[in-house]
Design a protein around this ligand. Structure first.
Ligand code: XMP
Length: 354
């Protein structure tokens, strides 16, 4: 398979499609938007109500804005705090939804139930499944409440699934294989429980990330929002290998991540990076902090450049930047005495650690 990392990969694909197959490059994002709006209107009956789960990321926000344009106030958005969000994420995204996007959003704090279901679970796929299942139960409950309010049950759920999620979660058509489990069961594609009562609308499922950003621009989503780095649905759970409820891993990770991201923004390199984040390492290492020996956790920093998340290169930071960030983390986050840098590309690694 040709990818952007293959030598002359893009040129080869272009030559194959345009010169050999005779395909015309007349594809416009405006047409995709109009087409999607038509599809949504055709799918959702005039009396139907739709729920959209906003994650605070680009994908679900663009998906919601598109569906809002198609069906107006019959769209009802929900933002779930699953206890796996970044530092002050709930406050930050709710402010943006209300102030900039004017989307009607109900915020549900479900952190206690998510974390109690995840307690002691170490298998990455099991964690994803649990998170997917909890999300759906929260949506079901929200749908039930809406039903009481509207006198009609919402029938659809919008998800910001992208094409790479679909590719990496489904076996190739006709292959007879089930390789979805050998890669990842992204919660929003592979992990949905079979008894889910809401039907899915996935208006971005044929688009790549850069295309979603382009679509967002046409839909007037603020550029600052569109430039946010992707954040996975299972949140910090895939950045804490093992049990996410171990010690104060979540709290430590939030603080480290915030320092790292803020430093990246201050250095003016946020937009050069596809995705940056910290990982909590479930190992204790020895350190000397002040006059004392410590036995604390190590954290890893990961930053990658990418076109679409399918392949990625690790980002080359200046040494001074890394030195400053590492010092700041160890000096200000209690429970961390070692900072590592992830220098692997995708492949062979994935972007997330789980
Ligand atoms: P990987 O780790 O597969 O990540 O190289 C590729 C892109 O997908 C995001 N990602 C996820 N998104 N649910 C999501 O919604 C998931 O389970 C998930 N796992 C990875 C990842 O952040 C990156 O942008």
């Amino acid at each position: 398979m040709k990818v952007t990392h293959s030598p002359k990969g893009m040129e080869t694909l272009r030559h194959f499609l345009l010169d050999i197959c005779g395909v015309e490059a007349g594809w416009k994002m405006e047409d995709v938007m109009e087409e999607e709006i038509k599809v949504i209107r055709g799918m959702v009956g005039p009396q139907d109500h739709v729920i959209c789960a906003l994650s605070g990321g680009v994908d679900s926000t663009v998906a919601a804005t598109l569906v809002h344009k198609a069906i107006g106030e019959r769209l009802h958005c929900i933002f779930v705090d699953n206890g796996l969000l970044r530092y002050k994420e709930q406050e930050r995204v709710m402010e943006t939804f209300e102030k900039d996007l004017h989307l009607p959003v109900t915020c549900v704090d479900a952190s206690v139930r998510f974390l109690s279901e995840l307690k002691g679970v170490t298998d990455p796929e099991k964690k994803r499944k649990i998170i997917g299942k909890e999300f759906i139960s929260v949506f079901d409950a929200f749908a039930h409440e809406l039903e009481q309010k509207l006198g009609k049950k919402p029938t659809y759920l919008v998800q910001g699934t992208l094409y790479p999620d679909v590719i990496e979660s489904c076996p190739p058509p006709g292959s007879g294989k089930t390789h979805s489990h050998t890669i990842k069961s992204h919660h929003n594609v592979g992990g949905l429980p079979k008894d889910m009562k809401l039907k899915l609308i996935e208006p971005l499922k044929l688009l790549f990330k850069d295309e979603v950003r382009e679509l967002g621009k046409i839909l007037d989503v603020p550029v600052s929002f569109l430039k946010r780095h992707p954040f996975p649905g299972p949140g910090l759970a895939v950045r804490i290998p093992g049990d996410v409820t171990q010690g104060n891993a979540l709290d430590i990770l939030r603080q480290v991540d915030e320092i790292f991201i803020q430093a990246i923004k201050d250095a003016g390199i946020y937009d050069d990076i596809w995705q940056a984040f910290a990982v909590f390492l479930p190992v204790k290492t020895t350190g000397v902090q002040g006059d004392q020996r410590t036995h604390s956790n190590a954290v890893a920093l990961r930053a990658v450049t990418s076109q679409d998340g399918m392949t990625a290169d690790w980002y080359y930071f200046e040494h001074k930047f890394l030195d400053d960030v590492s010092r700041k983390i160890c000096n200000s986050v209690r429970g961390v005495n070692r900072v590592c840098l992830d220098v692997t590309s995708k492949p062979p690694s994935t972007i997330e650690w789980e």
